[in-house]
Design a protein around this ligand. Sequence first.
Ligand code: GAP
Length: 492
Amino acid sequence: MAKITKLDDIVSLCKRRGFIFQSSEIYGGLASCYDYGPLGVELKNNVKKAWWKAVVQMRDDVVGLDSSILMHPLIWKASGHADKFADLIAECKKCNTRTRVDHLKEKTNQSAEEHTEHIAINSAIAGAQDLSNKVCPNCGSVGTFTEPMPFKLMFETRMGANIDDSMTLYLRPETAQGIFANFANVLDSTRVKIPFGIAQIGKSFRNEVTTKAFIFRTREFEQAELEFFCEPGTDEKWYEHWKEARFNWYIDLGLNKQNLRFREHDTNELAHYAKSCVDIEYRFPFGSGDWQELEGVANRTDYDLRQHQRGMRTLNSWYENNGDLTKIELKEEADNYEKGPLSYFDNEKKKRYIPYVIEPSAGIDRSTLAFLVDAYDEEEVRGEKRNLLKFHPVLAPVKVAIFPLVKRDGMPDIAHNIANDLKKYFNCFYDEKGAVGRRYRRQDEAGTPFCITVDGQTLEDKTVTVRDRDSMDQIRISTDQLRNHLREKLDV
Ligand code: GAP
C-alpha cells in the first residue's frame, strides 16, 4: 500500500507547490482535465525541450512540424479512426456505469490486464466476451453487464457559422495524422531523403471511458510523435533502432532503469495500423501490477500513406454526401498505388515506393508523471522530514535559487545581481524570506538542483556557498566562477 500513498503524496505536493491543479477547480473541477501551474509548466516544457533536442535537434535525419488540431474529416476516415477508434464498453444494469470491457476484473482475480491504451476494436469483439464473472468497479455487482458495445473516442465539434456550410470536425486523437497529411509538403519543400522522420509535439483529445491516476490518462493530453519514413525491408532495422533510442532517452533523463521495461504486443492487441508494436512501460505506483505504458513504438508499415491516397480519391464522394462520413466508403486503392501522390522516388536507386513508417509515440503528460514519481523522495534529516524531487538538472523547473543570508549589509543587492546575471542562461529564483534552512527545504521540494547563499564571507572575499540538492553538501565558489561552474553542472 505504501506505493499508493506515494501517488497521493505526489498529487498533494503538485497542488501545494503549484505543479498541477485540477482544471476548473473553482467550479468544482472538470474530470480528467488538468492545469499546469508555474512549476509544472516549466517541468513540462523541459520534458518537451528534451524530447525535441534528442529527436530533432541532435539528428540530421529528422525535421519538425506543428500541424493544426482541426483537420479535414476525411483524414479520420482514411486513417481508420472514424470507424475503428472505439473502446468496447459494457454497462452495469444495476448502477448504469459504463466500463471498458478490457478493464473489467474477474470476481476471483481482481487483477485484470490494463496494458493497452486502446484495443483494436475488431480484435476486441472477436475475443472472448464472457462477462458473467466480471465485477462492476462502481457498485461491485457481478455479471450484471449488458452486451459489449463500441464507444467512439473522438470528440466532435462543428466548424462554421452558417448552418448550410458548417461541418462536423473532430479534435485529433493523435498528432500522427497531421504528419502523414504533410508528408508530400515536407518532401517538396525540403531536401529530406529517405530514411528521414517528421516530428511533432501537440495536444490530442480522446473521450476516454476510464480516466485514471491523476495525469496518467486524461481526455486532453499532449503527445510527442515521430513518424520515421524508411524503405520497405529496412523497417525492422529502424524499429529496433527507435526502440533502443527511446528507451535510453528516459534513462538518460534520470529514470531508474529498474522501473522501465519493454513489452511487445501480442498480435490480438495490435492497433489496426500496426505490424508490430512495443510499449516502453514504467512501474507507476498504481493500478494492477504497476507496469503501465509510457510510450509505444510501432511499425505502421505503409498503411497510413496508402490509406490517405485512398482518402484523396474519395474526396468527390465526400462532397456528394455533404461531408457525412457515415455515408461514404473509401475508394479502392488505385492499381498503380505505389506510384501515387504520396509515394517517394529514390533518385539513386531509381525506384518509386510508398515508404514504411516507424512511429515512437510518447505522452508528454505521462512522462512528466513518470519523472515526478521517479524523482520523488522523502528523507529524515536531523529528526525532520525532507521532501525532495531529484529531477535531472535538464528537467528541473528552477535550476538555481539565490538567497541573501540576511536582509542587510548589502547582501540582497549582491544576490539580486547574481540572479540577474544567471537568469540569462537558465531559470532562477530569488528568495529572501524566512530562515535559510526553510528556504533550502522549499527548493528541495521544487526539485531545484542548486541553492546559492550570499553571506558575511561574501562581503570579504566575493565567494558564495553553492549547496547541492541531493547530497546537501556545500562548497564555496568565487562569484566570477559561478556562471561557468553552474552551466557545466547543469548541462545548459
Ligand atoms: N499515434 C499512436 C498513438 O497515439 P497511443 O498508444 O494511443 O498511440 C501514444 O498513444 C502515447 O500517448 C501513449 O503511450 C501515452 O503516453 C499517450 N496517451 C495516449 N492516450 C492518453 C491519455 N488519454 N492521456 C494521457 N496520455 C495518453
